[in-house]
Design a protein around this ligand. Structure first.
Ligand code: SF4
Ligand code: SF4
Length: 382
């Protein structure tokens, strides 16, 4: 089948795709229920998908609910993003062991190929953004690049919008447009549930050939399109991106930053759940007897004081300055650095902020003139 071709499969046939991917040596990852949330983890059987579950999301609130139907992908994004597999929270870079008068250094072996199943449109954009950060600049990340080279992606078009989603504003959803091998649209018919499958790559076409499919009817294509249009019309949030890049530069002294800073706990949740945040720190460890040592890389957050520590202290002392740095980087300086916004409108930072700080509300507030408390902010980098 050529790239762009569409086919129908019965829902149960998805197990055949899991099996084919495992046979080809992929580690299959997908959504599953765990600890009161829908997270991403190893999934080998369709029975492990969160069938019949959905989520309700608002600022600072996430709740699982039962659906009235048995949809397998009838929910929105949860606390995990695919970055936890492509850019892991903790990664051993090397370890060393003393051997006589010398020592041996070991670099971790390559991991299994990853198959990501259930990737939403906003998440495809987030992966593309991290690809640009890690693979397209002067400084390439070899381990990230190795993982991405062999990644197989099964996207899922969103059949509903979450309460904190705003992918339409960011031009990143709800339809998976590029960056996938196969994409699925779940269609819940009265008699039988099916998936409309779109081929996104030659690898995807080869996988689809391994399961039974048939051409879609006009009614099925129209049903899938209508579901996407409904989702787009029901976004939980909106973000006006008009001149946002310039606005954030101009409003560095707006009092809203300090107001947000008074609420913000500097917990770093927003950076941990964000699928595009990529900052890390590096730690070296050694055993007490001096026989072994190692270096690990860990996710870091610009909300900590340590993050901007240079000789003598931190550059960004106040919480408001740290919040301003994070939001302005996402929506303005990221464009200067990487040519795209750093936000894909997934809404995770809104849902998982313990005090419900909402990036769409904060950006909107900057459009309202406020009396600047600071005349200038040159003592603090943005
Ligand atoms: S800034 Fe918030 S809404 Fe934007 S991509 Fe990150 S977590 Fe999602
Ligand atoms: S904005 Fe919210 S999630 Fe982010 S550091 Fe502040 S309190 Fe934590």
């Amino acid at each position: 089948m050529p790239v762009g071709a569409k086919a129908m499969i019965v829902r149960e046939a998805l197990q055949g795709l899991f099996d084919a991917l495992v046979t080809e040596g992929y580690r299959t990852l997908g959504p599953t229920l765990r600890e009161g949330a829908i997270v991403y983890d190893d999934v080998r059987h369709v029975s492990e998908l969160p069938a019949g579950w959905t989520d309700s999301q608002e600022a600072g609130r996430y709740q699982l609910r039962r659906r009235e139907d048995a949809a397998w992908f009838g929910f929105n994004v949860g606390p995990h993003s695919w970055k936890r597999f492509l850019h892991p929270p903790l990664e051993l870079l090397w370890s060393a062991r003393r051997s006589g008068d010398s020592f041996e250094i070991t670099v971790p072996a390559a991991e299994a190929k990853l198959a990501l199943i259930g990737v939403r449109a906003c998440e495809l954009h987030a992966i593309a953004i991290q690809d640009r950060v890690f693979c397209a600049g002067r400084y390439r990340d070899d381990s990230y690049q190795a993982r991405r080279t062999d990644t197989f992606i099964v996207a899922v078009n969103c059949g509903q919008a979450g309460g904190t989603c705003f992918c339409v504003s960011m031009g990143s959803g709800p339809k998976a447009a590029a960056g996938f091998d196969l994409s699925l649209t779940e269609l819940l018919g009265a008699d039988r549930a099916t998936f409309l499958v779109e081929v996104g790559s030659e690898a995807g076409a080869r996988m689809l050939e391994r399961i039974a499919s048939r051409p879609p009817t006009e009614a099925e294509l129209a049903g899938a399109q209508a579901a996407l249009e409904r989702t787009a019309a029901r976004m939980g949030r909106k973000l006006d991106t008009t001149h946002l890049r310039e606005l954030l530069r101009e409003q560095a002294g707006h009092p809203r930053w300090d107001e947000a800073g008074e609420r913000c706990l500097s917990c770093g949740n927003c950076t941990m759940v964000c699928p595009t945040c990529f900052c890390t720190s590096v730690e070296d460890h050694s055993s007490l007897d001096g026989a072994a040592a190692g270096r690990v890389r860990l996710w870091d957050s610009c909300f900590t004081l340590d993050f901007s520590y240079v000789h003598g202290g931190s550059v960004r002392h106040s919480t408001g300055a740290r919040y301003r740095h994070w939001l302005a980087h996402k929506l303005s300086y990221w464009i200067d650095q990487f040519g795209t916004s750093g936000c894909v409108g997934c809404g995770r930072c809104i849902t998982w902020c313990p005090v419900g700080i909402d990036i769409t509300e904060e950006a909107a507030a900057l459009r309202t003139p406020g009396r600047a408390k600071r005349k200038e902010v040159t003592h603090e980098e943005p």
